[in-house]
Ligand binder design. Structure first.
Ligand code: SF4
Length: 267
């Protein structure tokens, strides 16, 4: 799950003000229906028991994989069972536990700061509004949406990670490249009550079927509705770029032989 800008304004966007896509709510609903049929009941793949654990796992999952994070978090949750415990963590101890997640110093710092803010501003409980969540250090809209939708049962937005960005573009649901703008496009097309499920299903679709380098269009139930159908074959046929030829190593120039100085005649 990649980093996002800290824009926390959850405006219901107007279709008039945004860059137009050809997608209509009806077409988007048909896509959402097929997604729901293909990925019924999918939930976030980060293991968690409550909002605190999902928040910690989601912060750790940035630039990493859910699978790897699930191997790290049991030890983190055992040592720091709540925000109060985490706010008192010694950075070096936490860093050791989350080392494998990458960017471990930065993530440890964010976790301790976020936990401290939760203790100081919210009496130790993870806040339940997107505005309050986005004010926590290390938390942007994507993380807030994951926690709100999957742990607190609130449809405040649509999670837009790297998979959702790619799949939404391929499906013609957006022409934007910025995650916040993509989220606005999707929120304008998808009914609010579907936002969390739709986000989870898009992530699954991107992770397992509409993959970046080898989308499985032949096996994709969205193909009849997808303007990019056939992309998988095109990408498979695309010749791989030749590796840049290594510049030939120059032969070292032979050192000029030192001139033998004539022995001076003795006086
Ligand atoms: S048809 Fe291909 S490009 Fe379109 S959503 Fe399916 S896998 Fe992705």
């Amino acid at each position: 799950m990649g980093a996002r800008t800290r824009n926390s304004t959850p405006k219901r966007p107007s279709r008039k003000t945004k860059k137009a896509t050809n997608a209509t709510p009806e077409a988007a609903a048909a896509i959402a229906d097929r997604l729901a049929e293909r990925w019924p009941g999918v939930v976030v793949e980060l293991d968690h028991q409550n909002a605190y654990q999902l928040l910690v796992a989601t912060i750790l999952a940035a630039q990493s994989t859910d699978k790897l994070i699930n191997t790290i978090t049991p030890a983190v949750f055992a040592k720091y069972p709540d925000a109060t415990a985490l706010s008192q963590a010694i950075p070096a101890d936490l860093e050791q536990l989350v080392f494998k997640s990458g960017f471990y110093r930065q993530k440890s710092g964010s976790l301790i700061k976020a936990a401290t803010a939760i203790v100081e501003r919210h009496a130790g409980e993870v806040p339940s509004t997107i505005e309050e969540l986005c004010e926590l250090p290390g938390v942007a809209r994507k993380t807030a949406n994951v926690v709100l939708g999957n742990a607190l049962g609130k449809n405040e937005g649509i999670v837009v990670d790297t998979h959702v960005m790619r799949v939404a573009g391929r499906l013609g649901l957006t022409r934007e490249a910025d995650p916040t703008k993509i989220e606005n496009d999707l929120m304008a097309l998808i009914p609010r009550e579907r936002w969390t499920d739709f986000g989870n299903q898009m992530i699954h679709h991107g992770r397992y079927l509409c993959r970046a380098k080898d989308p499985q269009c032949d096996a994709c139930p969205l193909a009849p509705l997808c303007p990019s159908a056939g992309l998988g074959i095109m990408l498979a046929k695309k010749p791989k770029a030749k590796a840049a030829a290594k510049p030939k190593a120059r032969k070292p120039k032979p050192k000029p032989k030192a001139k033998k100085s004539k022995p001076r005649a003795r006086a």
